[in-house]
Design a protein around this ligand. Structure first.
Ligand code: PRP
Length: 189
């Protein structure tokens, strides 16, 4: 397959510095993760919980790669103060529609950066008495972690660089890129 995709090329030419994870790499890895999830949850109904907005792309592609029944629900969270990553104090903007008591919950994320969001979210969901809570994330930055977060499914460990694309934004832009990459310095200035 031709890389990068034309949609990305348009922005690659100006705003993206380099591609860290290509569209093809994302597709291949998500298929592997979906197979792992399907095997691990065999015989159990899993509720995929996506964390808006970044997880939209991962959820859409991961869910379609799982050959068994899954349900999907969504949460939107935000921090008090300047940023989720810095404060770790989270408030719920949109809660689940689903009662997760006794359910097998798999949180679907685009990225774990400091781990503060996920560590709060896991504690919040565990308090609702589900049968299990696990995490699936496409990206993780090991060098940025401030909290220990047990993650069952990780797509890629990446360097501690600011990345956009495939759900990840800079000022709400670039979420629609098919690959994941770093922004050129001129974008910030
Ligand atoms: C991103 C990402 C995670 C969180 C990870 O969301 O989707 O939820 O940050 O950061 P942490 O590990 O440092 O807590 P963001 O707050 O950017 O919102 P968005 O998904 O709407 O872009």
């Amino acid at each position: 397959m031709r890389e990068p995709h034309p949609v990305d090329e348009k922005q690659l030419g100006t705003d993206l510095e380099k591609v860290l994870v290509s569209e093809e790499q994302i597709r291949t890895r998500l298929a592997e993760m979906a197979a792992d999830i399907d095997r691990d949850y065999e015989g159990r109904d899993v509720l995929l919980v996506g964390v808006l907005k970044g997880a939209v792309m991962v959820m859409a592609d991961l869910a379609r790669a799982i050959p068994s029944h899954v349900e999907m629900d969504w949460m939107a969270v935000s921090s008090y103060g300047s940023g989720t990553s810095s404060s770790g104090v989270v408030r719920i903007l949109k809660d689940l529609d689903t009662d997760i008591t006794g359910r097998h919950v798999l949180i679907v994320e685009d990225i774990i950066d400091t781990g503060l969001t996920l560590s709060w979210l896991v504690a919040n969901l565990v308090s609702r008495a589900p049968a299990s809570v696990n995490i699936c994330t496409l990206l993780r930055k090991p060098d940025a972690l401030k909290m220990t977060v047990v993650v069952k499914y990780v797509g890629f460990d990446i360097p501690n660089e600011f990345v956009v694309g495939y759900g990840l934004d800079y000022g709400e832009r670039y979420r629609n890129l098919r690959s994941i990459g770093t922004l050129a310095p001129h974008v910030y200035s």
